[in-house]
Ligand binder design. Structure first.
Ligand SMILES: *[C@@H]1O[C@H](CO)[C@@H](O)[C@H](O)[C@H]1NC(C)=O
Ligand SMILES: *[C@@H]1O[C@H](CO)[C@@H](O)[C@H](O)[C@H]1NC(C)=O
Ligand SMILES: *[C@@H]1O[C@H](CO)[C@@H](O)[C@H](O)[C@H]1NC(C)=O
Ligand SMILES: *[C@@H]1O[C@H](CO)[C@@H](O)[C@H](O)[C@H]1NC(C)=O
Ligand SMILES: [Zn+2]
Length: 392
């Protein structure tokens, strides 16, 4: 009986260890691609000078020095390490509703699907200056490989949207791109939902018109605000870079916490329609997450508020949510204001460890009594190695 409890506790240890080091195995390296880089060419006047592709990201920095800088993007956003900053100002957009404006140019530039935006679209508050929109574009993968650039706790989303803005104190995007306070990108994670996203369809329905690299088309203008999440006041903020060469470290990044959803069919259209070069599909156009090098990620929000009972922070127990059914941590410790998740895990582990040790001692004692008559020296073989790596 005691043995059974002991084994159960060992199992629980495993779960706690798992929870505290979850996801360290999903290191992303855009590998395993058998696709060949077919000679890319670039339109005259596009600011990147050389040839580059997503298959050889490690080689970017040999031609584009900034790509090996210490403030590169994208990054993994570790939600437990994000620092809540209540002073982060909310983002206010103006001029995003382009209904009744003139048509917009949509293009396949060989690296992404891009929509050119008028500079009347602006971020009027949220930053120290006003920022004007220049273009928006997407990053995606394949049916098998989710292609967001940023990751949340090492997990990729199927796709990501970037709305690129430049500081209105500069003349245009290319001038601002080299200035330390030059750019602000609003990013959103795109996931799969049950319903067709009518707003995304305004772009996606024109995909076949730009399937060839360097082709473009005109699409009717619409309310671009609807491509972003409803809720703009929950976001992550950090200092980073362009995620493509020349990788200038001039981007004030905002990644929204609320995700956008499109239907499976719509995502498949994005993944399957565009071509780069003659025969190659334009897919997996995402850069691998870059090292933080000491940077901090700020969050404009905290997790669900914790009820404070009698002056002490209570530990909230997460019930498994339907979206999180694969997470088998069991009755895990929920994030709370007073205690970081890591602390709670440490306490849980400590308690489990103590109980296990106690029961093991009992068990060993019992066994010793049982067998001491038969095998006098068997005790020497009992080696117990306490786990020591739990706080890694
Ligand atoms: C990004 O914007 C925030 C909010 O205005 C500001 O505090 C921060 O200094 C900006 N970062 C850079 C690199 O300009
Ligand atoms: C951007 O502005 C700079 C400075 O005014 C100018 O020299 C350059 O031609 C502009 N570039 C584009 C693409 O409009
Ligand atoms: C980003 O850089 C600016 C300017 O150097 C600095 O004031 C700000 O604190 C940085 N933001 C973060 C989140 O580190
Ligand atoms: C949104 O925030 C919650 C709470 O921190 C976090 O669990 C979730 O992963 C975040 N999702 C995204 C897409 O940022
Ligand atoms: Zn991008």
């Amino acid at each position: 009986m005691i043995l059974k409890i002991f084994l159960t506790l060992l199992f629980l240890h495993g779960l706690v260890l798992n929870a505290s080091s979850s996801s360290s195995s999903s290191e992303e390296e855009d590998g395993g691609s058998s696709e060949k880089e077919s000679g890319e060419h670039h339109p005259k006047g596009v600011p990147h000078g050389g040839h580059w592709g997503y298959e050889d990201q490690a080689a970017w920095s040999s031609e584009f020095l900034h790509c090996s800088g210490k403030s590169q993007s994208p990054i993994d956003i570790d939600t437990r390490r994000a620092v809540y900053d209540r002073s982060l100002p909310p983002i206010t957009l103006e001029g995003y509703d382009l209904t009744d404006s003139s048509a917009l140019t949509l293009l396949n530039n060989g690296h992404t699907l891009q929509l050119i935006l008028p500079n009347t679209m602006r971020i009027v508050s949220g930053f120290d200056n006003e920022f004007r929109a220049a273009q928006l574009h997407f990053h995606w993968g394949t049916k098998e490989v989710p292609g967001s650039e940023h990751t949340i706790d090492k997990v990729h989303f199927p796709a990501e949207i970037h709305v690129v803005h430049y500081n209105s104190k500069y003349a245009n995007l290319s001038e601002a791109a080299t200035k330390s306070d030059g750019l602000a990108v609003l990013g959103g994670f795109i996931g799969i939902g049950l319903h067709e996203n009518d707003n995304y369809e305004k772009i996606l329905s024109a995909l076949t018109d730009v399937s060839i690299e360097e082709s473009n088309t005109e699409i009717p203008a619409f309310n671009v605000r609807h491509l972003l999440p409803n809720k703009l006041d929950h976001f992550y903020r950090y200092n980073g870079s362009l995620t493509t060469p020349p990788c200038f470290q001039t981007v004030n990044w905002t990644m929204f916490n609320e995700t956008i959803t499109v239907s499976r069919r719509q995502l498949a259209a994005l993944e399957d329609t565009l071509k780069a070069g003659q025969h190659q599909h334009l897919t997996k156009n995402f850069r691998a997450p870059q090292l933080l090098h000491g940077r901090h990620v700020l969050a404009s929000f905290t997790d669900t508020p914790t009820i404070v009972v009698a002056g002490r922070p209570s530990i909230s127990i997460n019930t498994l949510s339907e979206t999180d059914a694969s997470n088998s941590e069991g009755p895990s410790t929920g994030p709370s204001k007073g205690l970081a998740r890591g602390d709670i895990l440490a306490i849980a582990f400590g308690a489990l460890f103590a109980v296990t040790l106690l029961l093991f001692t009992l068990y060993a004692y019992q066994q010793r009594k049982k067998y001491s008559v038969i095998k006098k020296d068997s005790r020497q073989n009992v080696i117990y190695k306490p786990a020591t790596k739990e706080e890694a």
